[in-house]
Ligand binder design. Structure first.
Ligand SMILES: Cc1cc2nc3c(=O)[nH]c(=O)nc-3n(C[C@H](O)[C@H](O)[C@H](O)COP(=O)(O)OP(=O)(O)OC[C@H]3O[C@@H](n4cnc5c(N)ncnc54)[C@H](O)[C@@H]3O)c2cc1C
Length: 436
């Protein structure tokens, strides 16, 4: 009997919004011999919900989905560890060792072979060379950073509560740099979290009196990449909750206790959150593939890099879009690219001719969360091509449905419904903000 040839091995690095969906789609069809997912973390958390984790309105431990469980459900192989570098000639990648928090090694460094490598490693914050930003500001790129920010805020509120006993001038000044979706969503979430925390025994802390939230944006309006009507709705909501917004305000330096701007102003900052832009991760540069000026890997309209065995998707890839621009770094794009690549790589695994049609980004609109009960956004009409404005609770529900859609793609309908119901019930036994 002739020997069966080994399957084409697709290795996807990065199990985020795009990579996990791709691994799940391919795994369900072609199984664990053909599909491997590598991620630096054991739990998957959908990145667009990190601002809720940072404010404590979402518990990352509850939210996180085990990659090993997802691998079993969706029939792919999961490898825990960070991609350190890639030998493109030998078609192998080096995966970091896994250690306990005390430094004890559990799994050694390993090599992994691939026939096709898909890079889906996301992005990191861009400080644009601003002095002090990397040193003094907190960012929101990973679950660990969101959790660190949550603890810093919680500690600051508890300390302030103590300080207010003796010092009526004591204040908590929070500065958020960047008026994109992350900065805007985080501002409102922090305002709401402050109110909830003060209700749990911090009788001397009154957020509307003791906490200032300042949002600094370099451009002429917040949410500059979205339609103006969404910016206006967001401005109205931020004004309602007392967030001080400064536009045309370029940050020139972040110091330990204040943020300075190019026009000579300074804003006191007990804590500064940097949410002003993204760039590619340093590890991407080690592959020697062409990158754009913010370090994203250049891909063509079929998401191929210059190396025919390496593809890239999501935030880490610079895919051509329109008017010389690249596809925006959004979960929506990562999701669409996962759908596109599932078809393309499915053909590669099955030994069929690959589809030649290019990936075209479809902008279905944008939704911004403006707290637990409000949102704003636009939905693109398929026939008109124009945006339909939505706001309030409806927009917030639609925003939440995006998260559910991601869960559905990796958990299936039944498990997503069970999880949603379980979380709804859990809310009855827990505070609205994580307090420990
Ligand atoms: C607070 C916040 C709110 C957002 N809100 C929205 C929104 O409302 N709508 C929207 O469309 N977009 C939103 N975004 C943007 C969205 O999250 C990203 O565009 C999207 O997650 C990109 O998906 P990705 O798969 O490319 O990367 P990610 O989802 O970032 O996943 C990258 C994965 O790669 C892993 N990884 C990284 N390096 C390595 C390595 N060396 N080895 C192994 N694994 C590695 C990481 O652990 C991670 O799991 C938001 C982002 C933030 C931070």
């Amino acid at each position: 009997m002739p020997e069966k040839s080994p399957p084409h091995r697709v290795v996807i690095v990065g199990g985020g919004a795009g990579g996990l969906e791709l691994a799940a789609r391919l795994g369900r069809r072609y199984g664990p011999q053909a599909v491997t997912l590598v991620d630096a973390r054991p739990l998957h958390v959908w990145k667009p919900s990190l601002h809720e984790a940072a404010a404590g309105t979402m518990d990352v431990q509850q939210e996180g989905l085990s990659y090993l469980m997802l691998a079993r459900l969706n029939r792919f192989t999961f490898v825990l560890g960070s991609m350190l570098d890639v030998d493109r000639q030998a078609r192998t990648l080096r995966i970091s060792a896994v250690a306990t928090p005390d430094g004890e090694q559990v799994v050694p460094e390993r090599m992994l072979s691939y026939d096709t490598l898909v890079l889906a490693i996301g992005s990191t914050s861009h400080f644009f060379g601003t002095p002090g930003a990397e040193q003094h500001a907190v960012t929101l790129d990973t679950v660990e950073q969101a959790e660190r920010f949550r603890l810093l805020i919680l500690q600051a509120m508890v300390k302030l509560n103590e300080a207010r006993r003796t010092d009526p001038q004591a204040k908590l000044d929070l500065v958020i740099v960047g008026g994109g979706a992350t900065g805007v969503e985080l501002s409102v979430e922090l305002y709401e979290a402050g109110h909830v925390v003060s209700a749990y025994g911090l009788s001397h802390f009154r957020p509307e009196r003791d906490m200032t939230l300042t949002l600094l944006e370099g451009g002429p309006r917040i949410l500059g990449a979205l339609p103006e009507r969404i910016s206006e709705a967001a401005m109205a909501r931020l004004a309602e909750v007392g967030v001080r917004v400064h536009t045309d305000c370029r940050v020139s330096e972040v110091a330990a206790n204040e943020v300075r701007t190019a026009d000579g102003r300074s804003f006191p900052a007990s804590l500064c959150m940097w949410a002003a832009g993204i760039r590619g991760l340093p590890v991407a540069a080690r592959l020697g593939l062409p990158q754009n000026r913010i370090g994203q890997i250049e891909v063509d309209a079929r998401l191929h890099t210059e190396d025919p065995h390496i593809l890239a998707m999501g935030d880490c890839a610079a895919a051509p879009w329109r008017d010389g621009r690249t596809v925006p770094a959004r979960a929506q794009a990562a999701h669409q690219q996962a759908e596109y690549l599932a078809e393309l790589l499915g053909a590669r695994i099955a030994g069929r001719p690959e589809p030649q049609k290019p990936y075209v980004y479809q902008d279905h609109g944008s939704l911004v969360s403006l707290g637990q009960d409000a949102g704003a956004g636009s939905l693109m009409g398929k026939l008109t091509g124009k945006g339909l404005f939505v706001s309030g609770t409806l927009a917030r529900l639609m925003y939440m449905s995006l998260h559910l859609m991601h869960h559905r793609a990796v958990l299936g309908v039944g498990r997503t419904a069970t999880l949603a119901l379980a979380r709804l019930l859990m809310r009855r036994t827990q505070p609205r903000v994580k307090l420990h």
